[in-house]
Write a protein of this length. Sequence first.
Length: 536
Amino acid sequence: MEMLKRLIHLFPTAHPKKELILNKYTIVKNAIDPIEEKTEYKFVEFKDINLELHKKEQKMGQLHIVLLPIMAHGHMIPVLDMAKLFISRGVKTTIISTPPFSHPIIKAQESGHDIGLSILKFPPEGSSLPENIATLDQVPSPDLIPKFFEALALLQKPVEKILQELHPNCLISDMCLPWTTDSANKFGIPRLVFHGTSCFAICASEQMDLHKPYKNVSSDSEPFVIPNLPHRFIFTRPQVSPFELHEEENDFTKLMQQMKEAEEKNYGVVINSFYEIESDYADFFKNVMGRKSWHIGPLLLCNKGGVEEKSHRGKESEIDQHECLSWLDSKKPDSVVYACFGSQAAFTQAQLHETAAGLEASGQDFIWVVQKGKNEDNWLPEGFEDRTKGKGLLIRGWAPQVMILDHPSVGAFVTHCGWNSTLEGICAGVPMVAWPTFAEQFYNEKLVTEVLGIGVSVGNKKWQRVGSEGVERAAVKTAVERIMVGETAAEMRRRAMSYKEMARKAVEEGGSSYNCLNDLIHELSVYEHPKKQDIN
Ligand SMILES: O=c1ccn([C@@H]2O[C@H](COP(=O)(O)OP(=O)(O)O[C@H]3O[C@H](CO)[C@@H](O)[C@H](O)[C@H]3O)[C@@H](O)[C@H]2O)c(=O)[nH]1
């Protein structure tokens, strides 16, 4: 609405072009329809409006941040939260996005969040990615993943066009977009990187890369320690990603190298986490690795909209939220295990079968989410659904995860340790069964189980991007029982509740993340680029 008021104030006879500025059109149209009947509106170019608006805002001193995530749920969801957070502190914020991720942003606009949106086409012109692949989870096979990242690189020109039009003061972009460092430089603005992961994982991964401790072992079963970190973590080689092991030189390893080089030239890193949960690593990042960072999370806590906001994150849920809530309402406090493995994890049929058998054998009530809405059910043990009727709820497809985790009946979370899920578990105060599969998840497992002491490991020993398997039903049963039953479980739950409290305090006025965000906003407000060009 603020934006609308400014537009009307500046251009009493102007109306933004629908095709060029779709989101603002929605706001403007709804808000001034009654006036529209009486007044004649002259159409002006979007660019002109922006330029004038920009000049006026510069005079008013309003900071404008542009956010650029990649097309993956684990990256897009926290970026939308980040936009809401910046806006709640009076910072003008625009997200550059692509369908279908633009839909949740439009929904957020409709429910009153004054977020700017610039929509791009993805895959972009010139990309060899099939037209029907718009998000990372839609990539059907690993050999297409390099094409996905090539397509991301082709966004440089369209993104720079938007930056030229919007004249922001800062660009916060995904770590997978190293070219945005140059783009930001061209416009004389700082680029901040958003990894989407914990600071802990960034530190561990960089030390792994720097010291290559896996070179000192002679077999896959021989353990090694990552040197130099504040804690002692034992790994084996199969838990490390093939990119970190430098097993082969390919497009992805080249991209990782570019990301590293860009990172060194960046202004700093914005982290979706809070100081208290990884203080040793926030300090290590700053004092040992010599990098600037701002812990401003957990970002999800900026959502104050109740069940509606909690149940619509990323995608429409496969299950009706009321049905899900009444199922949970029928259960005792802390009695349900929630199992979900994020948006990317791909288990084999055999692994799904073992997971089902383990959950059933644990004897606990459960909600289990299996992505991709598989039609054929031969991955379920025979009679599984009949035997677990009333005890188990199987969601085939997207679940309202935050809503479920926040329900008092949920007593534990079986998670792949994606960082968003991990933080959501922490914010809900539930202990976790750590079941990492790929990406940086094996690091997050250590944070949850060994640093924070709020989880047990299921014992997965192998990093696998697709076709994850190897965890047997007995391991699932044992881990679920350990997290649900007995004094150790109760102790972990108490500890998890105390981290939940810390998370809430961190984002409240005067809390660590609240203050860190103040510092960031202040720094960006007074920032002068060394090579600032006159972009007007
Ligand atoms: O049925 C579902 C499944 C997921 N989610 C949400 O989707 C997000 C998933 O994010 P995350 O837990 O981080 O998992 P991934 O989707 O696997 O995320 C990728 O990106 C993350 C951020 O970089 C990394 O930490 C992970 O390792 C990487 O796999 C979370 O907000 C979940 O609440 C739902 O709402 N419903």
